[in-house]
Design a protein around this ligand. Structure first.
Ligand code: NAD
Length: 253
């Protein structure tokens, strides 16, 4: 693989599982200097060591993206370790309680909004402050096909992911003049621990009304991470404010 992220200092949130972990492996091979962030200190530390043993420049920082002090410390760690911040893959996210709106507890609503939407706001707030000091950067926020299509029994998830796309477009508009590109990545069904957890909660009676993709299978986490790699690289230097679907054609149906 060519080192398309060579020398770039990049944060990945939700980095110890699923799409974030695939991105960490891919970005390390592409030459990035990485800060890996997630809530799970034990899993994150073991994973960062595994990548470091393979030659990656990597540091794990335990971070709850819905906590502003944690997010501030995560960005400070990137500046301390690598002197700058060139890119961020704001990917941490959680699913939904699988209830219709009249049955949904406010706490379930709030938890998903706090992580999937407020977490992305907090990350961008502190990442952009760092990027402004060094003349620009690139941010990719993980939305979902649920940023553009309704899912059964997922009101809080749909609200958080539609909101994420609106926020992404807003920030792309405001920071273009500062050479900061901001894009959303919209995965379809992807083979990660989130999918079976969610399917179990939903039960078969609330299955999606359409097939999960026209390719007849789920995405691998690596296939989705490839989209983030491209958006963060200079190959996408004229791309900002876009929503890149990596969904095997799900949104065609
Ligand atoms: N798997 C899919 O089918 C699918 C489809 C569309 C979108 N997505 C999105 O992709 C992203 C990654 O999901 P995944 O499928 O890899 O799931 P996953 O459960 O494998 O990974 C989620 C990661 O986010 C971290 N995380 C959760 N809450 C956090 C918090 N408050 N602070 C910091 N880290 C936190 C977890 O520790 C984990 O590392 C999510 O935003 C999800 O909504 C996934």
């Amino acid at each position: 693989m060519t080192a398309v992220l060579a020398g770039k200092s990049i944060i990945i949130t939700g980095a110890d599982s699923g799409i974030g972990a695939a991105a960490a492996r891919l970005f390390a091979k592409a030459g990035a200097q990485l800060i890996l962030a997630s809530r799970n200190a034990e899993r994150g530390t073991v994973f960062a060591k595994e990548l470091a043993d393979q030659g990656a420049t990597v540091r794990f920082v335990r971070t709850d993206v819905s906590d502003e002090d944690d997010v501030r410390a995560m960005v400070a760690a990137a500046l301390e370790s690598h002197n700058r911040l060139d890119g961020a893959f704001n990917n941490a996210g959680i699913g939904y309680a699988a209830k219709r709106v009249h049955e949904l507890d406010r706490a379930d609503w709030q938890r998903t909004i706090d992580v999937n939407l407020t977490g992305v706001f907090l990350c961008m707030k502190h990442e952009i402050a760092a990027m402004l000091k060094t003349g620009g950067g690139s941010i990719v926020n993980t939305g979902s096909v649920g940023s553009v299509s309704a899912f059964p029994v997922a009101p809080e998830y749909n609200a958080s992911k539609y909101g994420l796309l609106g926020l992404t477009r807003n920030v792309a508009l405001d920071y273009g003049k500062d050479q900061i590109r901001v894009n959303a990545l919209l995965p379809g069904a992807t083979d990660t621990p989130l999918v079976p957890q969610q399917a179990k909660l939903k039960g078969p009676e609330h299955a999606m009304p359409h097939p999960m993709s026209v390719l007849g299978r789920m995405a691998t986490a690596d296939e989705v991470a490839q989209g983030a790699l491209w958006l963060l690289s200079d190959a996408a230097s004229y791309v900002t404010g876009t929503a890149l679907t990596v969904d095997g054609g799900f949104t065609l149906t």
